[in-house]
Ligand binder design. Structure first.
Ligand SMILES: O=P(O)(O)OC[C@@H](O)[C@@H](O)c1c[nH]c2ccccc12
Length: 265
């Protein structure tokens, strides 16, 4: 048997969580909620492209209380306030962790944030089943994350198509060359490169630099995790990487949006 890495533990728990949730709100009910909400997704890819077209970095600013690798990152955690701060600081889009058991996130946080600001929002979770894609749209997500490391290629493709049918964008996340090859089979504009290995939490920005060479110019590369300094940003921009997903560096600052502005301007 393979050793249960953190990612495998999280995914095993996800399947249980989905079963529990489905008991309370089934798929048909989720569809009804989506219909009743009558909400049009905000263009996530569009938001990113606009920033880059203006010559700016496109920053996805993350709202994350805790993580399995770092424990609690931010004690005073008011997602609506953080979202407003990020909007003032010039974020292109927001990311909200909704995983409860490992990241102390929640669906309610995403719902609050979406009411608070006009920015597009990605649901950051470990999506392994259609149920979660419907749920994402039902709580107002404009985009979902699909992590190639948690999914068989056929499943990845099916979940990606479902998200698109629901009008959402998808950030496809990879960490190595094999996963990248799988991701490039999809037509998606955004390719996320996670600098953190989700099996052992090791972080190196070389993950992005190494994989970059194999990505055609018509994709937008989002470098994810471990972006902590102005030098990190300069190194990325020097390689023509202009889209960033940043959590911890902002969340540890008193005013997260102000920190965003300091780091990116
Ligand atoms: O806090 P950081 O190091 O700036 O990282 C943010 C983001 O990249 C990270 O939270 C993340 C990237 N991919 C994920 C998948 C699941 C959970 C979390 C993540």
């Amino acid at each position: 048997m393979e050793t249960p890495t953190v990612l495998r533990k999280i995914v095993a728990r996800k399947f249980e969580e989905i079963r529990e949730r489905e008991q309370k709100v089934n798929r048909d009910q989720l569809l009804q909620i989506i219909k009743d909400n009558n909400d049009t997704p905000r263009g996530f890819v569009n938001g990113m492209e606009q920033k880059v077209a203006q010559g700016h970095a496109a920053v996805i600013a993350e709202i994350k209380k805790a993580s399995p690798s770092k424990g609690v990152i931010r004690e005073d955690f008011y997602p609506g306030e953080i979202a407003r701060s990020y909007a003032r600081g010039g974020a292109a889009c927001l990311s909200v962790l909704t995983d409860v058991d490992f990241f102390q996130g929640s669906n309610e946080y995403l719902q609050q944030v979406r009411l608070e600001v006009d920015l597009p929002v990605i649901r950051k979770d470990f999506i392994v089943d259609e149920y979660q894609v419907f749920e994402a749209r039902a709580i107002g997500a404009d985009c979902i994350l699909l992590i190639v490391a948690c999914l068989q290629p056929e499943r990845l493709k099916a979940l990606n198509e479902l998200a698109m049918e629901l009008g959402m964008d998808v950030l496809v996340e990879v960490h190595n060359a094999e996963e990248l090859e799988t991701a490039l089979q999809l037509p998606n504009r955004l390719i996320g490169i996670n600098n953190r290995n989700l099996h052992n939490f090791e972080v190196t920005l070389d993950t992005t630099f190494d994989l970059l060479q194999s990505i055609p110019d018509d994709r937008m590369v989002v470098t994810e995790s471990g972006i902590n300094t102005i030098d990190d940003i300069a190194a990325m921009r020097g390689h023509n990487v202009n889209a960033f997903l940043v959590g911890e560096a902002f969340m540890r600052a008193d005013d997260p949006g102000h920190r965003l502005m300091e780091m990116f301007n």
